[in-house]
Design a protein around this ligand. Structure first.
Ligand SMILES: [Zn+2]
Length: 188
């Protein structure tokens, strides 16, 4: 990767895009738009500056948790597709059968956030969330279910405005439960 461009250069690039679509970047209502777009990008993509492993913190040893199913449902996330920089958003549900380690549910939500605030595809986001949880929790089984609406699909190409995409990662003792999970709709 080359040297990171300056903020001013990034703002000029937005002005170039405005001119490219046929707009006048100098008209009063658009004058501040490049700065606003770059400020918004810094929010959308705040995940690049953060280590997903670190946001989970140290797991809490808890012998009483062994064998218990822990489910964190409907964690909202917003991400952007790496093909078109178009938003996709929805919810993540994480379920694991604990070995002897727990982490706070708030930390799981933060993990989803850090990984979502990057350019992603839903399948890789699902897998990256799962990898970090497996590394930190060493669970007996893990399920990560993401369900999202893709503006890529809603606004361009197929124009499917209602379609939701579900991705499922399942491992360990929950791998065999994958089908049942989907059928019973625990992630609904
Ligand atoms: Zn896309």
């Amino acid at each position: 990767m080359g040297e990171r461009p300056s903020r001013a250069e990034a703002e000029r690039a937005v002005a170039t895009l405005l001119a490219y679509i046929g707009e006048d970047p100098a008209r009063p209502a658009l004058r501040e738009t490049p700065q606003r777009v770059i400020a918004a990008f810094e929010e959308y993509f705040a995940g690049y500056g953060r280590d997903p492993r670190a946001v989970l913190g140290d797991p809490l040893p808890c012998a009483a948790a062994r064998g218990q199913l822990v489910v964190a449902r409907q964690i909202a996330f917003a991400s952007h597709c790496e093909h078109h920089i178009a938003p996709f958003f929805g919810t993540a549900t994480v379920a694991f059968v604990a070995r002897e380690r727990l982490v706070g549910i708030g930390h799981i939500a933060e993990l989803v956030e850090v990984l979502a605030r990057r350019l992603q595809i839903q399948e890789r986001l699902t897998q990256e969330i799962a990898r970090v949880l497996e590394e930190v929790l060493e669970p007996e089984g893990l399920l990560v279910v993401l369900e999202a609406t893709h503006s890529c699909m809603a606004l361009r190409g197929p124009q499917q405005r209602e379609a939701r995409i579900r991705t499922v990662y399942a491992s360990g003792c929950l791998a065999g439960e994958r089908r049942r999970w989907v059928v019973e709709g625990i992630a609904e």
